[in-house]
Write a protein that binds this ligand. Structure first.
Ligand SMILES: C[S@@+](CC[C@H](N)C(=O)[O-])C[C@H]1O[C@@H](n2cnc3c(N)ncnc32)[C@H](O)[C@@H]1O
Length: 214
């Protein structure tokens, strides 16, 4: 983790983000969500490197569920300015921080206060989510190292899978073209079998990131 709680700013995908006691400190593994979306949008990673074939239209719609500091939603909007980006969180305090980051970085994002998809429109081309997935009983967990961050941003019941499963339940009837989520690699098999029960399929895994398709 390269975050610095003292000055309350951290780097994410080359940009500076404000973080407070009400937000998770963005982690480097979450940057893989950005790489996945850029690849689906056909954006070349480096100048001179052949661009991947786009699988999304330029003005695709995207929802970031559990936006925290706004790092995922804002980065996608900055990298892909034509994308229509919405970001939601259950924490009003986190949303205030995300709004401040969007203002600072001049990113035009729609923010919605919502418990998962309760208050959001139901149809998006892409949903991305880095929801809380830490299981408090993991024996490798250093709880002290996480003590400065909100529990609401870190922990989930049911072996860390409660919120991810609820979100899968909520998208199952009208799934987005791509659902990209972060979870610990030790949880990927359980998520894949849950998604399969809902007639969704995991089409890629990359580090901590899973891509689910309808
Ligand atoms: C792991 S943090 C991720 C923050 C940010 N997306 C990132 O990657 O750094 C999870 C976020 O989900 C939010 N959250 C927790 N439960 C939620 C729920 N039921 N609905 C929406 N957001 C929720 C938390 O407030 C927190 O901001």
């Amino acid at each position: 983790m390269n975050a610095n709680l003292q000055n309350k700013h951290t780097d994410f995908y080359g940009r500076d983000f404000l973080v407070t006691k009400d937000t998770l400190i963005p982690r480097p593994e979450t940057e893989q969500i950005i790489d996945t979306v850029l690849s689906l949008a056909g954006k070349p990673f480096l100048p001179g490197v052949k661009a991947p074939k786009p699988k999304l239209p330029p003005g695709f719609s995207l929802l970031d569920v559990g936006t925290g500091s706004g790092c995922i939603a804002i980065t996608i909007k900055k990298e892909l300015p034509l994308a229509k980006v919405t970001a939601s969180d259950i924490s009003e305090k986190a949303l205030k921080v995300a709004l401040e980051n969007a203002d600072n970085l001049k990113a035009d994002i729609t923010f919605i206060h919502s418990d998962l998809l309760q208050n959001t429109p139901k149809s998006y081309d892409v949903i991305v989510a880095n929801l809380p997935y830490v299981d408090k009983t993991w024996d490798w967990l250093d709880l002290k190292a996480l003590s400065a961050e909100p529990s609401l941003a870190l922990f989930a019941k049911d072996h860390g899978l409660a919120l991810i499963k609820s979100l899968i339940d909520q998208i199952a009837d009208n799934p987005p073209k791509y659902f990209i989520l972060e979870a610990d690699p030790c949880q990927h098999t359980a998520i894949a079998s849950y998604a399969k029960q809902k007639h969704l399929r995991i089409t890629a895994t990359r580090g901590f990131i899973l891509t689910i398709q309808r």
